[in-house]
Design a protein. Structure first.
Length: 251
């Protein structure tokens, strides 16, 4: 009798797990080394992305689980259908992937900048020709890509933004290219001698979904519209960056 009860309990447990799993979607983040978008503090995941999906979950009842990988590994897993969602993406950045995905409405902007250990501003990309710039492996920079190549800008691909900033601080690269929000976070925390010297581009960002998740995309869109209108997303950015941001203007 006990064996029968135990077997039934096991069946109930697996049925519950399957039910929860069907309402839980995987969200890609990068190595917990991308603050203020995502990072671990006292064993807990924090940042803009965790806060954003927490608010979406409140409105939709949908659960999200974060999975951390390198940029290249994460994109490969998305191509293979192993990751459901990638936040903070502009469609242009993923147009050459095997699975480009479908996208939510834009909820903020991403501003890509060049960081230097010198104070002087850069006037144009051509003034960087002959210099070594660190970029994160797997990231694309739209029109700026034309400036990489022989007799132009030499690039060094690193695993993450913190790795690039370490190289820059040690003088092993001339510049580093990354998102302004992440760059400013590290400058404020660890690299007060570094400065932002050139804005490469400013693009709206969305949430990227697997192509079959059309119903989920619509639910997230409805939630995002409300979170934009009531100022919740703005407060998430202010909370995690420590200042007012223009990355939500004109949405």
């Amino acid at each position: 009798m006990k064996k029968i009860i135990s077997f039934r309990l096991i069946l109930v447990f697996f049925a519950m797990c399957f039910s929860v799993k069907s309402w839980c979607y995987s969200v890609l983040i990068y190595h917990n080394a991308n603050p203020p978008y995502s990072y671990t503090k006292n064993g807990k995941l924090k940042g803009i992305f965790p806060d954003l999906f927490k608010e979406i979950s409140k409105l939709t009842g949908i659960e999200f689980e974060f999975e951390s990988y390198s940029v290249m590994r994460g994109q490969l897993l998305f191509d293979n259908g192993k990751i459901d969602i990638e936040p903070g993406i502009n469609p242009i950045w993923r147009v050459d992937r095997a699975v480009s995905g479908i996208y939510s409405i834009s909820y903020a902007y991403s501003q890509e900048v060049i960081v230097s250990n010198k104070q002087s501003k850069i006037q144009n990309p051509q003034s960087l020709y002959g210099k070594l710039i660190g970029i994160v492996r797997g990231y694309k920079y739209n029109d700026f890509e034309q400036h990489f190549g022989p007799f132009k800008i030499e690039k060094l691909e690193g695993r993450s933004e913190p790795d690039l900033l370490k190289l820059l601080a040690k003088g092993r690269i001339d510049y580093a290219l990354m998102g302004e929000t992440t760059a400013q976070y590290y400058i404020n925390k660890h690299y007060g001698n570094l400065s932002l010297v050139y804005t490469v581009e400013r693009t709206p960002v969305s949430i990227r979904f697997q192509p079959h998740l059309k119903e989920l995309k619509q639910k997230v869109n409805d939630a995002l519209k409300l979170l934009i209108d009531n100022g919740t997303i703005e407060q998430i950015y202010i909370k995690n960056t420590g200042n007012n941001s223009d990355l939500l203007d004109s949405l």
